[in-house]
Design a protein around this ligand. Sequence first.
Ligand SMILES: [Zn+2]
Length: 106
Amino acid sequence: MRDTRPVLKADVEMLRHASELYTPKVFMLFEEEYLKAVECTVECSCTEGRAEYKVKYAGRGVGHHVWFESSYQAVECSCMKFEFVRILCAHAMKVIDKKNIKHIPK
Ligand SMILES: [Zn+2]
């Protein structure tokens, strides 16, 4: 089952990397979040070291805060999806994409 690679909805490096790391079922959840990130907008409150971003879905009022530590590529989101589901949320993926990171951080 792990040898079967899923068909990607978008041929991008992040999804190719995720398809190598995750089982097909987990990959589908990851891909869903990735595609949601495309629709998000992001504003930065950048300072040295740890940057804070406000990310929200286009057309929706309330957003989430995402913190990014550039020295070791750590990302944290106020929605806490990763802490509960162990999959990066669309908000965190939007910030990772903005930082031009094309692989899932360790
Ligand atoms: Zn989030």
